[in-house]
Design a binder for this molecule. Structure first.
Ligand SMILES: [Zn+2]
Ligand SMILES: [Zn+2]
Length: 300
């Protein structure tokens, strides 16, 4: 390389670096840590960290489903207050896990009611007691067992409980007019799920609950889930729900076959794929294998 081309190349690299740095800086200045995506004029999803939040703004107040963590829920509250001066009517928890309920506390004194399945409330209280952070909680003040509905503005919100799944207290939350369903952590879109056996999870019933959801909501419904794998969307369809149900089914079948073949727990947990269940197997696979093993070993 001669001297002039060295200088030319170096300056090109420097210019590229400057551009790159400027862009990163500009992005940092402009892009907040969170994202809001509107699904229609009044209803949207909020993502920052933890489980996806769904919200709707009606003429009678706002409704929020799940609350992530105290700092991220405060970001959401600040953004929603710019959009509406009306009060927060309802905060709904799809289930008790911390990445969906730790932010409840940010709604203290702001929201009129917190709603969840009765088992979700019991689990929230139990976990907070264990972690000795009861003073940082805002628990549900309204609970239900099978179905719960309320009309707010033109929207009607219904919660359905189809039995144990990811925990023993997961709700499907349907905004009927918008026809949007928050499935919480009942679907992990192309990602190995956390299965909370201590929190009452049951894979066998989880599969049935997903089938029931597919029958309950019509084909035009838009579904939102708590978590998705890298590169996959948290806005999902019935076919994604079916694919996740199939994955759970194949996980149980695989572990059952291994147990029948006399395989040890250690050998079963060594598997790197679930045959017929997924092409996205990998990180985190030991959790569903372990949960399936614990669920099935009782019957062997
Ligand atoms: Zn979650
Ligand atoms: Zn969860």
């Amino acid at each position: 390389m001669n001297r002039s081309s060295f200088i030319r190349n170096s300056s090109t690299i420097l210019a590229a670096l400057a551009l790159c740095t400027n862009k990163t800086m500009a992005q940092l200045m402009q892009d907040p840590a969170w994202k809001i995506k509107m699904l229609n004029d009044n209803t949207g999803i909020f993502s920052e960290k933890g489980g996806t939040i769904l919200f709707t703004i009606t003429k009678e107040g706002m409704v929020v489903v799940d609350s992530q963590f105290p700092d991220s829920s405060q970001h959401l509250i600040d953004e929603l207050k710019k959009k509406s001066e009306l009060p927060f009517r309802l905060l709904i928890n799809t289930h008790h896990h911390g990445d969906h309920t730790s932010g409840n506390i940010s709604f203290k004194g702001l929201v009129q009611h917190v709603v969840a399945h009765e088992n979700s409330k019991i689990n929230q209280e139990k976990v907070a007691k264990e972690k000795k952070n009861e003073d940082q909680q805002l628990y549900p003040d309204q609970t239900f067992t099978d179905t719960w509905c309320e009309k707010i503005g033109k929207e009607e919100i219904c919660l359905y409980y189809f039995g144990a799944g990811h925990t023993n207290g997961d709700s499907f939350v349907h905004f009927k007019k918008a026809n949007i369903v928050h499935v919480g952590d009942l679907v992990f879109n192309r990602r190995h799920p956390y299965i909370d056996r201590a929190g009452g999870a049951n894979i066998t019933n989880w599969i049935k609950a997903l089938d029931k959801a597919i029958d309950t909501f019509n084909d035009k419904a838009v579904f939102v889930c708590g978590h998705a794998g890298e590169g996959f969307d948290i806005i999902i369809t019935k076919s994604d729900i079916k694919a996740f149900g199939n994955y759970l089914d194949k996980t149980l079948q695989f572990v059952a076959a291994e147990l029948t073949a006399g395989k040890s727990k250690e050998d079963i947990l060594k598997a790197t794929t679930i045959p017929g269940g997924t092409e996205w197997a990998g990180k985190g696979i030991e959790r569903p294998l372990m949960a399936a093993y614990e669920e099935l070993i009782l019957t062997y």
